[in-house]
Write a protein that binds this ligand. Structure first.
Ligand code: ASP
Length: 428
C-alpha cells in the first residue's frame, strides 16, 4: 500500500490527500461522538500537529524564498529598465483583473440576488468587531521598509519585495560579477529551492490533516440559510476563472489552457487547504517553474500577487454586499456600487494573504457603503469554507497573470510548459 502510494506522482498523492482528508474529517464530524478522544486527541491533537506542522514548515521558507529568488532574479535582469517594465505590467494586470472581478461579482450578484426572501432570524450571527479603513497614504508609504530586518521578521511581503529588489539591482551592478554578495544570493537561492522541494514531499500528509481538521470542525448547521450566498460566491469564483483567466491566457499566449489547469492543480489543493496565498508562495513558484516561467518574472510577481491581487476575495466582497443589502432590504444605488469597486480594489492592496483577511476587508467595505456591520457577523459562520475557495482564485489570478507576462516578455520556456512533469518534486 505504502509503496503503491509512493509510486503515484506527487500531484496525485496531494489530490488523494485532499480527498481522503475531506472524507476522514466528515467521518469524524458525523460518526464519532464528542469527547476527549475526538476533540482533544484527534482534532486538536494529532491532526492539528501534522497539519499545522506542515504549514509552519512551508511558512518557514516563505521569507527566505521571496528574498533570495527576487534578489537573484533582479541580479540577472541586469538593467533596471527591464525590472521596471515587468513591474508596471504586473501591477496593471493585477489591478485590471481585480476590478473585473468585483464588477463580475456585482453583476452576478444582481442577477441571482442571493438573500432575497431569506429570514434574517434564521441565521446565527456571532459577534464581529468592525475595523477602521486603513489610511491610503499610510498604505502606500508602508511599502518602503524603515527596517528591512523587522520587515522580514514580520513577514511584510511588500517591504521584503522592495528590499530584495533594491539588493538585487545594486549587487547586479557591482563591477565584480562573482562578488561574494552575488554568490551568497545565488547559493541562498539554490538552497531554498532544494529545501522547498524536500518540504513539499510532505504535502500529501499535511494537506490530509489540514482538510480533515477543517471538515471535522465545520459548522454545517450554518450552511442552509446561507446556501444562496455560498452558491453565488462559488459560482462567481468559477466565472472569474473561466471567463477571465482562461481567455486571458489563450488570447495573450495561445497556449493550451488545459496544461495550465493541470499544472495548477497542486497549487489549488494547497491554497484550498491552507486558505493563505502567502503560505502558498513556495508551491506557486514550483508550479510556475513547471510551466517554464522564468524566475525573473515569477519571483517578483507571485509574492507581489499574494498581497495585492485578491480577485477571489473581491468576488466575495461584491456578492456579500448584495447579499446583506438584500437581507436587510437596503437599496444600493450606482454611487454605492462604484464605492464598493473602489474600496474593494484599494483595501485589498495592503492586506496580507492570510486566512480570514477577507472578513476584515468586508467590514471596511460595509462601512464605506453604510451596510450594518452585523451583516459581517451573519456570514462568519461559513467564512472558512469560502475563504478556502476564494484563496484558490486569488492564487490562480497571480499565476495566470504571471504566465501572460512571462510570454509577452519572452521569459517562458515552451518545451517546459508542454512537458508532462507536473512538479519538480515528482522527480525525487
Ligand atoms: N485567505 C485569503 C488569501 O490568503 C484572503 C481572504 O481572506 O480572502 O488569499
Amino acid at each position: 500500500m505504502t509503496s503503491k502510494f509512493k509510486k503515484l506522482s506527487l500531484t496525485k498523492q496531494i489530490l488523494l490527500g485532499l480527498f481522503l482528508g475531506a472524507l476522514f474529517g466528515l467521518a469524524i464530524h458525523f460518526l464519532l461522538p464528542q469527547g476527549n478522544f475526538r476533540d482533544k486527541f484527534l482534532v486538536d491533537g494529532l491532526l492539528y500537529i501534522v497539519g499545522n506542522g506542515f504549514l509552519r514548515l512551508i511558512q518557514m521558507i516563505v521569507v527566505p524564498l521571496v528574498f533570495f529568488s527576487i534578489a537573484s532574479g533582479a541580479i540577472s535582469m541586469g538593467d533596471t529598465g527591464a525590472v521596471g517594465k515587468v513591474g508596471v505590467k504586473t501591477l496593471a494586470f493585477y489591478f485590471l483583473t481585480t476590478a473585473v472581478a468585483i464588477v463580475i461579482a456585482l453583476f452576478w450578484g444582481r442577477l441571482i440576488n442571493p438573500g432575497s426572501g431569506v429570514d434574517l432570524l434564521s441565521i446565527d450571527a456571532s459577534g464581529f468587531e468592525g475595523t477602521e479603513a486603513p489610511n491610503f497614504v499610510e498604505t502606500i508609504l508602508n511599502i518602503i521598509p524603515s527596517n528591512p530586518i523587522a520587515a522580514m521578521a514580520e513577514g511584510e511581503m511588500l517591504q521584503i519585495i522592495v528590499f530584495a529588489m533594491a539588493t538585487g539591482i545594486i549587487v547586479g551592478q557591482l563591477p565584480d560579477k562573482l562578488s561574494l554578495l552575488t554568490r551568497i544570493i545565488e547559493e541562498g537561492n539554490t538552497f531554498v529551492f532544494s529545501l522547498t522541494d524536500k518540504i513539499l514531499l510532505l504535502a500529501p500528509y499535511g494537506i490530509f490533516a489540514l482538510i480533515a481538521r477543517t471538515f471535522a470542525q465545520l459548522g454545517f448547521d450554518s450552511i442552509m440559510p446561507l446556501i444562496s450566498y455560498m452558491f453565488a460566491v462559488i459560482s462567481g469564483l468559477f466565472l472569474q476563472f473561466g471567463l477571465v483567466y482562461l481567455p486571458l491566457i489563450f488570447l495573450f499566449t495561445r497556449l493550451n489552457v488545459m496544461t495550465f489547469i493541470k499544472k495548477f492543480i497542486p497549487v489549488a489543493t494547497f491554497a484550498f487547504s491552507s486558505a493563505s496565498s502567502s503560505a502558498t508562495i513556495p508551491v506557486s513558484l514550483q508550479a510556475t517553474d513547471d510551466m517554464g516561467i522564468s524566475r525573473k518574472v515569477s519571483a517578483f510577481s507571485i509574492p507581489l500577487g499574494s498581497t495585492i491581487n485578491m480577485d477571489g476575495t473581491a468576488i466575495m466582497l461584491g456578492i456579500a454586499v448584495i447579499f446583506v443589502a438584500n437581507l436587510y432590504g437596503i437599496e444600493l444605488d450606482m454611487a454605492d456600487y462604484i464605492n464598493v469597486i473602489l474600496t474593494a480594489t484599494l483595501t485589498s492592496i495592503g492586506a496580507a494573504g492570510v486566512p480570514g483577511i477577507g472578513a476584515v476587508l468586508l467590514s471596511i467595505t460595509f462601512t464605506s457603503v453604510g451596510l450594518p456591520l452585523d451583516g459581517v457577523a451573519l456570514i462568519m459562520g461559513i467564512d472558512r469554507l469560502l475563504d478556502m475557495a476564494r484563496t484558490v482564485t486569488n492564487v490562480a489570478g497571480d499565476i495566470a497573470c504571471t504566465l501572460v507576462i512571462a510570454k509577452t516578455e519572452k521569459a517562458l520556456d515552451l518545451d517546459q510548459y508542454n512537458s508532462t512533469v507536473q512538479m519538480a518534486s515528482d522527480e525525487f
